[in-house]
Design a protein. Structure first.
Length: 82
C-alpha cells in the first residue's frame, strides 16, 4: 500500500506495483477508464469518516491515516453484514 498526492496518477506507479508479477494480462475496473467513477470504499470514507483531505503532512502520516480509515471502513462493513 502506498499514498501519493492527489495530482499524481496511479499509472505512474503501475510498473512498481506490478513488479514481480508473472502475467501478461492485467484487469482494472471502470474507474480506470473514467475520472468520474469513485470507488465505493473511498466514497464511503469521504462521507462517513470525513476523509476528504488528509489531516497530516508527510506521506508516512497520511498513509497511517488512510490505513486507520480503511480499518474503520472494514469494521463498518462487518457490522452491516452481521
Amino acid at each position: 500500500m502506498s499514498v501519493t498526492p492527489a495530482n499524481v496518477s496511479e499509472f505512474k506507479h503501475f510498473e512498481k506495483a506490478t513488479e514481480g508479477v508473472e502475467t501478461s494480462r492485467y484487469y482494472a475496473d471502470k474507474g480506470v477508464a473514467s475520472a468520474k467513477k469513485v470507488e465505493q470504499a473511498f466514497g464511503t470514507m469521504k462521507r462517513r469518516f470525513k476523509f476528504t483531505r488528509a489531516s497530516y503532512f508527510g506521506n508516512e502520516k497520511v498513509l497511517g491515516q488512510c490505513i486507520l480509515k480503511a480499518i474503520a471502513f472494514n469494521l463498518l462493513k462487518a457490522i452491516n453484514i452481521a
